[in-house]
Design a protein around this ligand. Structure first.
Ligand code: HEC
Length: 145
C-alpha cells in the first residue's frame, strides 16, 4: 500500500466532485442536490411550510376526518393565520402568479375564523396551481425577510 498515492488519488477525486458541484450551481440547475432531498436540509419555503404553517394545524387535521371542524374544534388558529398571511410576500413572481396572494389571504382569513374547509381549500388551491412551478424554478430561493 502506498499511502501517498492513495491520498492524492483521493484528493483528486474530491476536487472533481467539488468542481462538478460548482458547475451545477453556476448553471442554476441541480437544485435538488442542494436541499429538499433525503439527507439534505429542507428548502426554504418547504421548511417554512412545515414549521410555520403545517405545524399550527389543529391535530385532528391529520385524522382525515371531514366531519371535524365543528363548533368544538373551532379556532381561531391564530398562529396558522399568521403563518399563512406571511406567505403572501413569498410570491416569487407577483406580476405573473396572480392568485398566490388570494390563496394566502383567504387561508389566513379562514384560519382566523376557524373555518377548516376554507383553510383546506387555500392549501389545496395554492399547491395545485403553484407548487410544481415553484419547485421547478424557485426551490432554492431565499425567503424575503
Ligand atoms: C400561497 C401558496 C400556498 C399556500 C396558501 C399554502 N402553501 Fe404549502 N406550499 C406552497 C409551495 C409553493 C410549496 C413548495 C415548496 C417547496 O417544496 O420547496 C409548499 C409546500 C408545502 C409543504 C412541504 C411539503 C414537503 O415537501 O415536505 C407543506 C407541509 C405545506 N406546503 C403545507 C401547507 C398547508 C397545510 C397549507 C394550508 C394550511 C399550505 N401549505 C398553504 C405554497 C402554498
Amino acid at each position: 500500500m502506498n499511502g501517498r498515492t492513495n491520498r492524492s488519488t483521493w484528493r483528486a477525486a474530491l476536487a472533481a466532485v467539488a468542481a462538478t458541484a460548482l458547475i451545477a450551481t453556476a448553471a442554476g440547475g441541480a437544485s435538488e442536490s442542494v436541499c429538499g432531498t433525503p439527507g439534505k436540509r429542507p428548502c426554504p419555503l418547504q421548511h417554512y411550510m412545515r414549521t410555520e404553517v403545517a405545524a399550527h394545524l389543529p391535530v385532528w387535521w391529520f385524522d382525515g376526518d371531514r366531519s371535524r371542524g365543528g363548533k368544538a374544534d373551532k379556532g381561531p388558529w391564530k398562529q396558522l393565520a399568521d403563518g399563512l398571511a406571511k406567505v403572501e410576500a413569498m410570491n416569487p413572481q407577483p406580476g405573473e402568479w396572480k392568485h398566490w396572494a388570494s390563496f394566502s389571504r383567504k387561508g389566513a382569513k379562514a384560519a382566523r375564523e376557524g373555518d377548516a374547509g376554507g383553510v383546506r381549500s387555500a392549501c389545496r388551491g395554492c399547491h395545485k396551481v403553484y407548487r410544481r412551478g415553484y419547485r421547478r424554478d424557485y426551490r432554492t430561493r431565499k425567503l424575503p425577510q
